[in-house]
Design a protein around this ligand. Sequence first.
Ligand code: MN
Ligand code: MN
Length: 463
Amino acid sequence: MSKTAKDLKNELSFQKKNGGLRFSEEELASAFTFNEGYKTFLDHSKTEREAVDTMVSMAKEKGFLEFDADKTYAPGDKVYLNNRGKSLILAVIGGEPVEKGVKIIASHIDSPRLDLKQVPLYENSEMALFKTHYYGGIKKYQWTAMPLSLHGVLMKKDLSKVTVRIGEDENDPVFCVTDLLPHLAQEQMKRPAAELIKGEELNVLIGSLPFRSDEESELVKTAILSALWEKYGICEEDFLSAELEVVPAFKAKDVGFDRSLVGSYGQDDRVCAYTSLMATLELGTPSATVVTVFADKEEVGSAGATGLRCVFLKDFIEDLAAMQGKSVRKVLANSKCLSADVGAAHDPTFPDVDEDLNAAKINYGALISKFTGSRGKSGSNDASAEYMGEIRKLFADNNVLWQTAELGRVDLGGGGTVASLIADLNVDTVDIGVPVLSMHSPYEITSKIDVYSLYRAFVAFNR
Ligand code: MN
Ligand code: MN
């Protein structure tokens, strides 16, 4: 009997699958449980430094030891390399010789935010404020009129370090970038959206009480300086050697009546950091050596000694190669990488930016992008069909829910990731992540099913 159109359609056509329909009750419960840990991680890791601290302490608990290039490691040994407190490598030595290649997962732990300028403190109209310079791609107007917290470090003249984290505890004060009331915003509302709030208007309100005196000027600023001296032992000059980051003060929460989504600041790209961290912490002895990287500075082009343009990753792999008497070139040529970073989720309110077939959908699982870039894939890594095939088989064999997508319609915009930087080392690389709603905003949204699927993808890859 010849086949019907329905038979043929079922057998031959491709349908993306919604995890909400495909997950078993147990899988759904596991996904929800996994995301509880994820939310806690987000709340403790609002900056790259805090993420490194959190991850190092979690890794130590699982038996990871500080890497020593002069030692020789055996299969199952677990090490970490803390690069200046702002980027991190975890590795688990595999059973196979390193020349067969290592498995790299590379995510980033910096997120868009407001950085304090080097001379930030001033008084105007008897209020004290901080000047900022935003970090990464933000819609500036989104950062006004909400509670903000202050995180970071100051190096004092004697090179002692002061760590700051204000606005996260229930009883902490918070800070705020003020915006104009609608009643007086007629002129402001005529500005193009990119200038609705200008860079130099992202000033953070930090106080208003003057130091009690009838002499001197700038008494509010003086009162703030006095409070900072009493609490932290710092003076105004100490801001010159500081990295202070202003981020949203709210905590990660479930979103939706069904609690199916996670809302939080900084999910780009700490969602990939947490999922790859968990998949690496639980390893016994993997077949290939696993190298999980958490990089800084991705949002500003991966530059600097803690970004992935730096040689620290290559040097680390070279040390692993040297331990087994092999050249790093051979190791890299046989290595595989998942470049772990988020993508844009299809937003029902803004459907026009996507092309349906190739849009990333919430709840459809881990998101693979064969290529990124813009205007003719420019700046993209563009993974090979062969490597896409390997990944496809890996996910099928391990029952990983996944989808492919591009970032928006052709020629509408675009973006890049660290994928091409790893590929430049002669490593097969493909982009993976989860779809995010309101990406790069103070409150990004992901799906618990997708987050869990990404974790399962990393577990399968690392095995
Ligand atoms: Mn990212
Ligand atoms: Mn980003």
